[in-house]
Design a protein around this ligand. Structure first.
Ligand SMILES: Nc1ncnc2c1ncn2[C@@H]1O[C@H](COP(=O)(O)OP(=O)(O)OP(=O)(O)O)[C@@H](O)[C@H]1O
Ligand SMILES: [Mg+2]
Length: 432
């Protein structure tokens, strides 16, 4: 095991963007060296926020390796989207891993520890200063739960060994990253950060000359956010284009009622999939399916639950969604369920499934504009970040809301981490 230098550790700081889907970390040095993103999994600068706990080994694996272990059907527990648990009752309830009740703070703690270790190995120094990203709202419409979520994350960072911990809104961090090379003219900008779990917006005045300022509060006109993101788009697409192949909408019982919808909603929601794998759930589902009027379809549902392939299905749904950002149509291969089974989806179908989410996003952007006290057509620059901003329909509504703005969408998956390190450098190291 390598020993890290502690000497001069106050001359280094990092920014960590712990995302629902992907995580990045960037390092800032007190000597003015450029900020660098850390390779967090082999050469990759982003790591999927996933964990795999093997049943037979105490060695936990993360990121792509965790996904591969799960896809290879190794024995163990796979988890993703655990950021979404912060601020919810599940945080205290915990979950069973290899038969042992485990708290989510420990699960998330494993992941944050791994990120910290990788940053320290790259820097060859201990790092005790961090600016951590946070969504504008971890939990919608519940300030107390929101505060709790931040407190829980702060405690996790402290347990990982960080001594100084500050939080910054993720879209503000993306704005800082963008500001580094935008020239000296002041521009009114909106940042739209549509991630896996949340959509966050900031309206602020940006200029390269403002990088010198220690306090940016007067430049930030408004922040708004909503707990809607890529996971919700996946759920909507799954319900529209995949679940009918498993019996959603089919008939049930002698009176010809609709088959109960709960199992389909559970299977389309990442945080619920694991709950379907208990003996009781499987038994109850079998009971329901015994009265199904279309067992050819609902038998597929049962086989997915019995063989615990829910995450495999969600990965295929997500892949189809991503494909539909660049293609008008896609075909999802579902032969892991049944030979030759496929789902054909076109972009219009996907956009129909997004209707509710897009309306919520549009409304949140409008609230952000009202809070800022500006008119939408005064906005000169739109900075798009987060994987969800690649969706053509999101780009279309952006263009509609901000008709005169330049749209910039570079570094979609790393700008928040980079911007958090800009903030860390300014705050902890006094370097602009
Ligand atoms: N080309 C694409 N088209 C549509 N969606 C995409 C595309 N690329 C990635 N995504 C989606 O973007 C989401 C991940 O984005 P990102 O990495 O920005 O999220 P995150 O930062 O981890 O989440 P959050 O900020 O909400 O905590 C996933 O839902 C992924 O499926
Ligand atoms: Mg994000």
């Amino acid at each position: 095991m390598k020993t890290l230098k502690t000497h001069g550790s106050n001359k280094i700081a990092c920014g960590i963007d712990f995302g629902t889907s992907n995580t990045t970390v960037a390092i800032a040095h007190g000597n003015g060296d450029p900020i660098t993103l850390v390779p967090v999994e082999e050469h990759h600068l982003t790591i999927p926020s996933t964990i795999f706990f093997p049943t037979e080994s105490p060695t936990v694996v993360f990121g792509r390796k965790a996904i591969n272990a799960h896809v290879a059907r190794e024995d163990g527990r796979f988890m993703r989207s655990f950021k979404r648990v912060l601020g919810t009752s599940l945080m205290n309830e915990g979950t069973y891993i290899s038969g042992r009740k485990t708290k989510f703070e420990n699960i998330i703690g494993h992941f944050i520890n791994d990120i910290k270790n990788k940053a320290e190995l790259t820097a060859d120094k201990e790092i005790s200063n961090v600016v951590a990203g946070r969504p504008v709202h971890f939990v919608d419409g519940n300030d107390r739960a929101d505060k709790e979520a931040e407190g829980q994350l702060e405690a996790i960072f402290a347990s990982a060994g960080f001594k100084n911990i500050r939080f910054q809104y993720e879209p503000i961090a993306a704005a800082f990253a963008h500001e580094l090379d935008m020239g000296d003219t002041e521009r009114l900008a909106v940042v739209m950060d549509i991630g896996g779990g949340t959509s966050d917006f900031t309206i602020m005045r940006l200029s390269e000359r403002y990088i010198q300022k220690q306090d940016r509060q007067e430049d930030i006109l408004s922040n708004a956010g909503i707990r809607v993101g890529g996971n919700d788009f996946d759920r909507a697409l799954s319900l529209k284009s995949f679940m009918p192949l498993l019996g959603l909408g089919s008939l049930w019982g002698s009176k010809g009622l609709g088959f109960p919808i709960t199992p389909f909603f559970d299977l389309a929601e990442l945080s619920k999939i694991q709950c379907m794998y208990t003996q009781k759930y499987k038994r109850d589902l079998k009971g329901l399916i015994s009265q199904s009027n279309d067992k050819a379809l609902t038998g597929r549902l049962l086989s997915i639950v019995e063989e615990e392939l829910g995450h495999t299905l969600m990965s295929i749904v997500e892949e189809a969604k991503i494909h539909l950002s660049s293609c008008e149509q896609t075909t999802a291969d579902l032969s892991f369920i049944e030979e030759d089974l496929q789902s054909h989806i076109d972009r219009t179908q996907f956009e129909e499934s997004l209707y509710g989410s897009i309306e919520n996003i549009r409304q949140t952007i409008n609230e952000c504009i009202v809070m800022a006290g500006v008119k939408a057509d005064e906005v000169a620059l739109v900075i798009l970040t987060g994987g969800g901003t690649a969706i053509p329909m999101i780009q279309k509504i952006t263009r509609c809301i901000f008709p005169h703005a330049e749209i910039s969408d570079g570094n979609r998956l790393s700008s928040v981490g980079f911007g958090l390190a800009c903030d860390a450098r300014r705050y902890y190291l006094g370097v602009n």
